[in-house]
Design a protein around this ligand. Sequence first.
Ligand SMILES: Cc1cc2nc3c(=O)[nH]c(=O)nc-3n(C[C@H](O)[C@H](O)[C@H](O)COP(=O)(O)O)c2cc1C
Length: 192
Amino acid sequence: MGKRQVPKKILVAVTGASGMLYLQSFLTAIADLDLVVHGICSEAGQKVLGLEKGITPQDLPAVSTWFDCRDFGAPPASGSSGYDAMLVLPCSMGTLAAIAAGISANLIQRCADVMLKERKDLVLVVRETPFNRTHLKNMLAVHDAGAIICPPMPGYYLQPASLEEAADTFSWRLADQVGIDIPGRRRWGTEE
Ligand SMILES: Cc1cc2nc3c(=O)[nH]c(=O)nc-3n(C[C@H](O)[C@H](O)[C@H](O)COP(=O)(O)O)c2cc1C
Protein backbone atom coordinates (compact mmCIF):
# COMPACT_ATOMS: atom_id res chain seq x y z
CA MET A 1 0.00 0.00 0.00
CA GLY A 2 1.26 3.51 -0.77
CA LYS A 3 1.65 6.36 1.67
CA ARG A 4 -1.66 7.63 2.98
CA GLN A 5 -2.99 11.05 2.04
CA VAL A 6 -3.02 13.67 4.78
CA PRO A 7 -6.67 13.81 5.85
CA LYS A 8 -8.36 17.13 5.36
CA LYS A 9 -11.57 16.11 7.03
CA ILE A 10 -11.74 13.91 10.09
CA LEU A 11 -14.49 12.67 12.32
CA VAL A 12 -13.96 12.14 16.04
CA ALA A 13 -16.55 9.99 17.82
CA VAL A 14 -16.64 9.93 21.60
CA THR A 15 -18.27 6.99 23.38
CA GLY A 16 -18.76 6.17 27.04
CA ALA A 17 -15.49 4.39 27.80
CA SER A 18 -13.01 5.73 30.30
CA GLY A 19 -10.02 7.66 28.93
CA MET A 20 -11.22 11.19 28.16
CA LEU A 21 -7.67 12.34 28.97
CA TYR A 22 -6.64 10.86 25.63
CA LEU A 23 -9.45 12.62 23.78
CA GLN A 24 -8.44 15.97 25.25
CA SER A 25 -4.77 15.34 24.49
CA PHE A 26 -5.43 14.37 20.87
CA LEU A 27 -7.75 17.29 20.11
CA THR A 28 -5.32 19.73 21.72
CA ALA A 29 -2.46 18.30 19.64
CA ILE A 30 -4.34 18.81 16.35
CA ALA A 31 -6.12 22.06 17.25
CA ASP A 32 -3.81 24.37 15.29
CA LEU A 33 -3.47 22.17 12.21
CA ASP A 34 -5.11 22.71 8.85
CA LEU A 35 -7.90 20.16 9.29
CA VAL A 36 -11.67 20.09 9.32
CA VAL A 37 -12.65 18.22 12.47
CA HIS A 38 -16.24 17.21 13.20
CA GLY A 39 -17.47 15.32 16.25
CA ILE A 40 -20.20 13.05 17.56
CA CYS A 41 -20.59 12.17 21.25
CA SER A 42 -22.86 9.41 22.55
CA GLU A 43 -25.04 9.97 25.61
CA ALA A 44 -22.71 7.76 27.67
CA GLY A 45 -19.74 9.64 26.21
CA GLN A 46 -21.17 12.93 27.51
CA LYS A 47 -21.65 11.37 30.93
CA VAL A 48 -18.09 10.04 31.18
CA LEU A 49 -16.62 13.26 29.76
CA GLY A 50 -18.46 15.16 32.49
CA LEU A 51 -17.33 12.73 35.20
CA GLU A 52 -13.67 12.56 34.15
CA LYS A 53 -13.07 16.10 32.91
CA GLY A 54 -16.00 18.18 34.14
CA ILE A 55 -16.70 19.48 30.62
CA THR A 56 -19.11 19.05 27.71
CA PRO A 57 -18.08 18.18 24.12
CA GLN A 58 -18.46 21.83 23.14
CA ASP A 59 -15.68 22.75 25.58
CA LEU A 60 -13.15 20.62 23.67
CA PRO A 61 -10.70 22.21 21.20
CA ALA A 62 -10.36 21.50 17.45
CA VAL A 63 -13.92 20.31 16.72
CA SER A 64 -15.87 22.88 14.69
CA THR A 65 -19.21 21.02 14.56
CA TRP A 66 -20.79 18.47 16.86
CA PHE A 67 -23.53 16.27 15.35
CA ASP A 68 -26.34 14.77 17.42
CA CYS A 69 -25.70 11.05 17.95
CA ARG A 70 -29.35 10.31 17.06
CA ASP A 71 -29.29 12.28 13.80
CA PHE A 72 -29.00 9.77 10.98
CA GLY A 73 -29.48 12.65 8.54
CA ALA A 74 -26.16 14.27 9.52
CA PRO A 75 -23.58 14.48 6.69
CA PRO A 76 -21.16 11.74 7.88
CA ALA A 77 -24.01 9.18 7.79
CA SER A 78 -23.42 9.07 4.03
CA GLY A 79 -20.36 7.78 2.22
CA SER A 80 -20.63 10.76 -0.10
CA SER A 81 -19.64 13.18 2.68
CA GLY A 82 -15.95 12.62 2.04
CA TYR A 83 -14.39 12.15 5.45
CA ASP A 84 -10.81 10.91 5.19
CA ALA A 85 -10.64 9.27 8.60
CA MET A 86 -12.70 8.52 11.69
CA LEU A 87 -11.45 7.92 15.21
CA VAL A 88 -13.61 6.47 17.97
CA LEU A 89 -11.89 7.96 20.99
CA PRO A 90 -12.41 6.39 23.44
CA CYS A 91 -14.32 3.36 22.11
CA SER A 92 -16.55 1.40 24.50
CA MET A 93 -17.02 -2.34 24.23
CA GLY A 94 -20.67 -1.69 23.37
CA THR A 95 -19.81 0.47 20.38
CA LEU A 96 -17.07 -1.98 19.35
CA ALA A 97 -19.65 -4.80 19.38
CA ALA A 98 -22.13 -2.76 17.33
CA ILE A 99 -19.47 -1.92 14.73
CA ALA A 100 -18.34 -5.56 14.60
CA ALA A 101 -21.93 -6.64 13.95
CA GLY A 102 -22.73 -3.78 11.55
CA ILE A 103 -25.69 -2.69 13.66
CA SER A 104 -25.69 1.08 12.99
CA ALA A 105 -28.10 1.89 15.83
CA ASN A 106 -26.80 5.44 16.30
CA LEU A 107 -24.84 7.97 14.22
CA ILE A 108 -21.44 6.84 15.57
CA GLN A 109 -22.10 3.22 14.67
CA ARG A 110 -23.49 4.21 11.26
CA CYS A 111 -20.47 6.40 10.47
CA ALA A 112 -18.05 3.63 11.43
CA ASP A 113 -19.96 1.30 9.12
CA VAL A 114 -19.69 3.89 6.34
CA MET A 115 -15.93 4.27 6.84
CA LEU A 116 -15.48 0.51 6.54
CA LYS A 117 -17.59 0.20 3.39
CA GLU A 118 -15.82 3.17 1.81
CA ARG A 119 -12.42 1.66 2.76
CA LYS A 120 -11.47 4.78 4.71
CA ASP A 121 -9.34 4.92 7.86
CA LEU A 122 -11.25 3.89 10.97
CA VAL A 123 -9.30 3.83 14.24
CA LEU A 124 -10.86 2.45 17.42
CA VAL A 125 -9.28 3.49 20.70
CA VAL A 126 -10.83 0.58 22.58
CA ARG A 127 -10.74 0.75 26.35
CA GLU A 128 -11.66 -1.92 28.89
CA THR A 129 -9.71 -4.10 31.26
CA PRO A 130 -9.54 -7.02 31.35
CA PHE A 131 -10.96 -8.08 27.96
CA ASN A 132 -13.38 -10.99 27.76
CA ARG A 133 -13.58 -13.40 24.84
CA THR A 134 -16.39 -11.42 23.18
CA HIS A 135 -14.33 -8.22 23.27
CA LEU A 136 -11.36 -10.00 21.72
CA LYS A 137 -13.50 -11.62 19.02
CA ASN A 138 -15.10 -8.27 18.19
CA MET A 139 -11.68 -6.62 17.91
CA LEU A 140 -10.54 -9.29 15.49
CA ALA A 141 -13.76 -8.92 13.49
CA VAL A 142 -13.34 -5.16 13.02
CA HIS A 143 -9.63 -5.58 12.32
CA ASP A 144 -10.51 -8.05 9.57
CA ALA A 145 -13.11 -5.59 8.24
CA GLY A 146 -10.39 -2.93 7.89
CA ALA A 147 -10.36 -0.98 11.15
CA ILE A 148 -7.28 -0.29 13.24
CA ILE A 149 -7.45 -1.32 16.89
CA CYS A 150 -5.40 1.22 18.81
CA PRO A 151 -5.90 0.89 22.58
CA PRO A 152 -4.71 3.80 24.74
CA MET A 153 -1.36 2.31 25.66
CA PRO A 154 1.33 5.00 25.88
CA GLY A 155 4.96 4.07 25.33
CA TYR A 156 7.17 4.66 28.35
CA TYR A 157 10.53 4.77 26.58
CA LEU A 158 10.27 8.56 26.15
CA GLN A 159 10.00 8.71 29.95
CA PRO A 160 6.81 10.77 30.37
CA ALA A 161 6.83 12.70 33.64
CA SER A 162 3.04 12.86 34.05
CA LEU A 163 -0.20 11.23 32.91
CA GLU A 164 -0.67 14.14 30.50
CA GLU A 165 2.74 13.62 28.93
CA ALA A 166 2.04 9.90 28.60
CA ALA A 167 -1.27 10.69 26.90
CA ASP A 168 0.52 13.02 24.51
CA THR A 169 2.88 10.26 23.37
CA PHE A 170 -0.18 8.15 22.63
CA SER A 171 -1.84 11.01 20.72
CA TRP A 172 1.21 11.25 18.47
CA ARG A 173 0.91 7.56 17.61
CA LEU A 174 -2.80 8.02 17.00
CA ALA A 175 -2.12 10.91 14.64
CA ASP A 176 0.32 8.71 12.73
CA GLN A 177 -2.48 6.19 12.15
CA VAL A 178 -4.58 8.74 10.27
CA GLY A 179 -1.71 10.47 8.47
CA ILE A 180 -1.64 13.64 10.59
CA ASP A 181 1.79 15.12 11.18
CA ILE A 182 2.06 16.91 14.53
CA PRO A 183 4.93 19.41 14.33
CA GLY A 184 7.52 19.10 17.09
CA ARG A 185 6.39 15.68 18.25
CA ARG A 186 9.07 13.40 19.61
CA ARG A 187 10.09 10.24 17.78
CA TRP A 188 12.28 7.46 19.05
CA GLY A 189 15.71 7.46 17.47
CA THR A 190 15.56 11.04 16.21
CA GLU A 191 16.90 12.81 19.30
CA GLU A 192 20.48 13.31 20.54
C1 LIG B 1 -17.55 6.26 34.50
C2 LIG B 1 -17.81 5.22 33.47
C3 LIG B 1 -16.74 4.57 32.87
C4 LIG B 1 -16.94 3.60 31.91
N1 LIG B 1 -15.85 3.00 31.34
C5 LIG B 1 -16.03 2.09 30.37
C6 LIG B 1 -14.89 1.54 29.70
O1 LIG B 1 -13.73 1.86 29.98
N2 LIG B 1 -15.11 0.67 28.69
C7 LIG B 1 -16.39 0.30 28.31
O2 LIG B 1 -16.52 -0.50 27.38
N3 LIG B 1 -17.49 0.80 28.93
C8 LIG B 1 -17.34 1.69 29.94
N4 LIG B 1 -18.43 2.25 30.57
C9 LIG B 1 -19.77 1.76 30.19
C10 LIG B 1 -20.32 2.43 28.93
O3 LIG B 1 -20.46 3.83 29.14
C11 LIG B 1 -21.68 1.80 28.57
O4 LIG B 1 -21.50 0.46 28.19
C12 LIG B 1 -22.42 2.56 27.50
O5 LIG B 1 -23.62 1.86 27.20
C13 LIG B 1 -21.62 2.72 26.24
O6 LIG B 1 -22.43 3.36 25.28
P1 LIG B 1 -21.81 4.03 23.97
O7 LIG B 1 -20.89 3.03 23.38
O8 LIG B 1 -23.00 4.29 23.10
O9 LIG B 1 -21.15 5.29 24.37
C14 LIG B 1 -18.26 3.23 31.53
C15 LIG B 1 -19.34 3.90 32.12
C16 LIG B 1 -19.12 4.87 33.08
C17 LIG B 1 -20.32 5.58 33.68
